[in-house]
Write a protein that binds this ligand. Structure first.
Ligand code: AMP
Length: 432
């Protein structure tokens, strides 16, 4: 019988303990900054009804067409077992909007400023920077009070501020506007007229995008498609004067905030729900998968999902991409222990576990080696765990009712009394 060796599913990865400090650094800074900007955390399920994603991202988007990870589930619905169509979330905007509507947040506040951190799932072809399970941090600001260019600028500046505070400087912010639904319609008509005579020059993907999602042709990476697109005049003539004015205001606030950006007419984003401002942040060291994050305004989505007619704006940043872009800078040292206990024989071990328990109850991080290995090997372990202090207990120490306390950074040691199992002096010394 051959024994199968299991490994992580393709496109996913384990995040091992030595990598965790990097993740925790990013996550804790992010939470702090989200709070600074007045956003509150929301946690929604990792899967939702497939139809929610199809309706929000657009049936014709690449994600819904090709990348949804569907769950086959035969679940009890009421008393009957029914097959329900569920998918792992490919992004979180749809879920947050679903929750906003379901929980009637519009009745509770004029503007819901929500943030999330968590795993997303897409059945993509894995490559560097492109995974099937990846992690995003993001925000959605939703509500009747949210129809202002100040909020677009706030959300964009938050994304930039986050990246800078993780230590990233080599990135570029690109912005554009799609205008409102009518402007978008005009724009897509214009694009179809311009692209029709060039259709045969486009890649097969773009040929099918022509009908179902013409905007996506603009950011196709294929060389031939880029060449065709570069010949189209992309000015903002499709915009109404109100939409143009709105975009002016967003840019003005960004200028006032001294945020550098580049207006990129080709930037359209592939999802149906965007209106007005769209933006993307790319990292210069990332190769082909260079998007660190993206977002924009989506004034129609809440209503399209049967909610109230309220505007919204948000973004998502990819955490794996941030870590890749940080390179060496992403390495964060693991925290060491306050103390490690070296017990040299069985009676010493019995005493050692009592001390260990006492240390932990006093919030002193500590550990022990239960194996009674040699002094040398236990000291090696203490070093590996970066223990600041080591408590050594052997036959002599027990006889004298003391322990040896070694300060690892100063290479000093002292005897400390544990007479009548009174550990208070020891605790004080370690806490120092
Ligand atoms: P999107 O919703 O596709 O604009 O994704 C927002 C951000 O999430 C991207 O800019 C990437 O940083 C990250 N991201 C999206 N898809 C993946 C993926 N398959 N693997 C890793 N990161 C991803």
């Amino acid at each position: 019988m051959s024994i199968k060796n299991f490994s992580v599913p393709r496109g996913t990865s384990d995040i091992l303990p030595e990598q965790i400090p990097t993740w925790q650094m990013i996550e804790s800074k992010a939470r702090e900054i989200f709070h600074t900007f007045g956003f509150r955390e929301i946690r929604t399920p990792y899967f939702e009804e497939t139809e929610l994603f199809a309706r929000s991202m657009g049936q014709t988007s690449d994600v819904v067409q090709k990348q949804m990870l569907n769950l086959q589930a035969q679940l009890l619905q009421g008393d009957e077992e029914k097959s329900v169509h569920l998918s792992l979330r490919p992004e979180n905007t749809a879920s947050v909007v679903r929750s906003y509507i379901q929980n009637r947040l519009d009745k509770k506040e004029g503007l819901s400023k929500l943030y999330y951190l968590g795993a997303m799932f897409r059945g993509e072809r894995p490559q560097k920077g492109r995974l099937r399970q990846f992690h995003q941090m993001g925000v959605e600001a939703i509500g009747p009070d949210g129809k202002t260019a100040y909020l677009d600028a706030e959300v964009i500046s938050l994304a930039v501020y986050l990246l800078k505070s993780f230590g990233l400087n080599n990135f570029k912010l690109k912005i554009n506007t799609l205008g409102d639904s009518q402007d978008k319609e005009n724009f897509s008509k214009y694009l179809r007229t311009e692209l029709k005579p060039r259709l045969s020059q486009l890649c097969p993907d773009c040929q099918s995008r022509f009908e179902r999602n013409v905007f996506r042709i603009l950011d196709c990476k294929n060389h031939d498609c880029q060449k065709q697109v570069s010949q189209i005049n992309l000015d903002d003539s499709y915009l109404s004067s109100a939409s143009r004015e709105y975009f002016q205001q967003v840019k003005k606030v960004l200028n006032d905030f001294k945020i550098e950006y580049e207006v990129t007419p080709k930037l359209v984003r592939g999802l149906d729900y965007y209106t007005h401002t769209v933006f993307e942040i790319t990292g210069s060291s990332l190769g082909s998968q260079d998007a660190l994050g993206a977002g924009g305004r989506y004034n129609r989505l809440v209503e399209d999902l049967s909610g109230p007619d309220v505007p919204a704006v948000g973004f998502a940043l990819g955490i794996e991409r941030i870590i890749l872009a940080l390179g060496e800078k992403a390495v964060v040292e693991e925290k060491g222990l306050d103390a490690f206990i070296v017990a040299l024989d069985q009676p010493a071990l019995s005493e050692g576990v009592l001390i260990l328990n006492e240390l932990r109850l006093h919030k002193i991080s500590s550990d022990i080696d239960y194996t009674l290995a040699s002094m040398k090997s236990q000291m090696r372990l203490a070093n590996k765990l970066k223990a600041a202090k080591v408590i050594i207990i052997g036959e002599n120490e027990l006889k004298k009712e003391v322990v040896l306390l070694k300060n690892m950074s100063e290479s000093t040691q002292e005897e400390i009394s544990i007479k009548n199992k009174n550990y208070s002096t020891l605790l004080n010394r370690i806490a120092k």
